[in-house]
Ligand binder design. Structure first.
Ligand SMILES: *Cc1c(COP(=O)(O)O)cnc(C)c1O
Length: 482
């Protein structure tokens, strides 16, 4: 895509769409935000959107639909079996992802469940570039294990490595040799590795993984939930594809995998999900599980309206000006924050901006959840809701010991086509103020800790009256401003 240059020389990610449906936001007072935090146990998952100004919790199911998607939803053909809407989805999958056979599922994790039920058993090992929470949970639930095979540079926060999502090829071969190919039902590659900052892999790396999969006769599975953005970054960063286009890159990626699955809550800016393949044998192995777990084979637990929205949304993945909007905003915000020495994961990835809380709040020990504390502090002083991705999101082991996370990140998601640049600038402004006042942020402790996935519904409390002190400083500096 041609970058649009500004006469002033400023590097501005111009929106190439217009907004025709608006939803009013609520920017409530700082006092109300403190109350909301207390009611929600200082956990951003427990906040109500009536108190949230910019919701940067996730990019899942929160993306803006296009006029064409909404129009398609109106013509949805509601039928239990043989819906024409499903035919349209199938055509779209074939055109965009180049896969003939499609199994619909109600969301991404449902695809992971079916793959695990079909292929994972006790003693299985699944090599992957990096785990995603639900992918790992389904594999371990069936008695399998995962092996994460990123290169060391993937864990470097301040990096210029263009493909931090690449799989370590030497390690992959070593793992296959020691564990035995017969115990490895598939290799899983995740496009734009979500949990390490939305970092892409290169086509060359995927080709290398494919070669090893072929050598040992192992299936290659692509988690394509964040495929469009990974493909966009390949166009930006991989020399061989500099003059290529989205359709070519997307096909090159899916063509290397035996099977692709995706969360349509991200890919295609709708909801639902799918599994697709050109291998009739794989299709037959998985087919029977769809009516068992999801619904009939022409809706898979989805509303038919979502099936239509997905069919259209998939074509829009190939529209570079549409798919690039979120990554360009992310790049802009990362560059602005970095220029002020605010620690963020670099290079800019997809799905959101990831603030390095270990460094931002270096005075808060990991046991006191620096990323969770930073998420609460940012909400307090701005109404911006992010998500903790660090130790709070980890689970205790069987002895009750809490493993410390590799990284302590505050993720600020940038849902597709949702925010405007002035809103992004507001985030930059408030984060800048918070960075200057970071010594006022204190730690948190759990007061109600669920045994499973505690970060979703757990309640925490501040270890001192730091939220009140932070609020007082905010009021001193901002006066009557919200
Ligand atoms: C969100 C996501 C999933 C799970 O999808 P859901 O629709 O939330 O169940 C799986 N893999 C990746 C990479 C994701 O980002």
């Amino acid at each position: 895509m041609q970058e649009i240059k500004f006469y002033s020389g400023e590097n501005i990610p111009l929106e190439l769409h217009k907004v025709r449906i608006v939803q009013k936001l609520h920017l409530v007072s700082v006092e109300r935000r403190l109350e909301a935090l207390k009611e929600g146990g200082f956990n951003t998952f427990r906040l109500s959107t009536k108190d949230v100004f910019l919701d940067m919790l996730t990019d899942s199911g929160t993306n803006a639909m296009s006029d064409n998607q909404l129009a398609a939803m109106m013509r949805a053909d509601d039928a239990y079996a043989g819906s024409q809407s499903f035919d349209r989805l199938q055509k779209s999958v074939e055109h965009v992802l180049d896969k003939k056979y499609l199994l619909p599922v109600h969301q991404g994790r449902a695809a992971e469940n079916i793959l695990s039920v079909a292929y994972v058993k006790k003693g299985s090992l699944i090599p992957m570039n990096y785990h995603f929470t639900t992918a790992m949970a389904h594999i371990t639930d069936k008695g399998g294990q995962i092996a994460e095979l990123l290169y060391d540079e993937a864990y470097v926060i301040n990096s210029s490595c263009p493909f931090k999502g690449n799989m370590n090829i030497e390690k992959l071969e070593e793992v296959i040799r020691t564990h035995g190919a017969e115990n490895i039902p598939f290799i899983r590659m995740e496009a734009s590795t979500n949990l390490i900052g939305g970092q892409p892999f290169s086509i060359q790396n995927l080709r290398d993984v494919r070669a090893i999969a072929d050598k040992y006769g192992i299936r290659l599975v692509l988690d394509a939930s964040l495929l469009g953005e990974n493909a966009y970054l390949i166009l930006q960063r991989e020399e061989e594809f500099r003059n290529s286009d989205m359709a070519t890159v997307v096909k090159a990626m899916t063509g290397l995998a035996d099977l692709c699955y995706f969360s349509a809550r991200k890919l295609s800016s709708s909801r639902g999900g799918g599994i697709c393949t050109n291998d009739i044998k794989i299709f037959k192995e998985l087919e029977a599980f769809i009516p068992l777990y999801e619904g009939f084979l022409t809706y898979g637990g989805m509303s038919i309206r979502e099936v239509e929205a997905m069919a259209v949304g998939l074509y829009e993945v190939l529209d570079e000006s549409s798919i690039s909007q979120s990554p360009r905003f992310i790049k802009y915000l990362v560059e602005q924050l970095d220029s002020k020495d605010i620690p963020v994961v670099k290079p800019a990835g997809v799905l959101g901006v990831h603030v390095d809380a270990m460094n931002f709040c270096s005075h808060i020990p990991q046991q006191q959840y620096p990323a969770g504390a930073l998420a609460a502090a940012l909400f307090l002083i701005s109404g911006v809701r992010g998500m903790e991705r660090g130790t709070m999101s980890n689970q205790r082991d069987e002895n009750g010991v809490e493993p410390m996370s590799d990284m302590e990140l505050l993720r600020l998601a940038v849902p597709r086509r949702v925010f405007t640049l002035s809103q992004i600038k507001y985030v930059e402004d408030r984060l800048t103020w918070l960075f200057e006042n970071r010594h006022l942020i204190g730690g948190l402790k759990f007061v109600e800790e669920p045994p499973v996935l505690r970060f979703f519904m757990g309640k925490l409390a501040p270890l001192s009256d730091w939220p009140e002190k932070l609020m007082a400083k905010f009021k001193e500096d901002f006066g009557n401003s919200l």
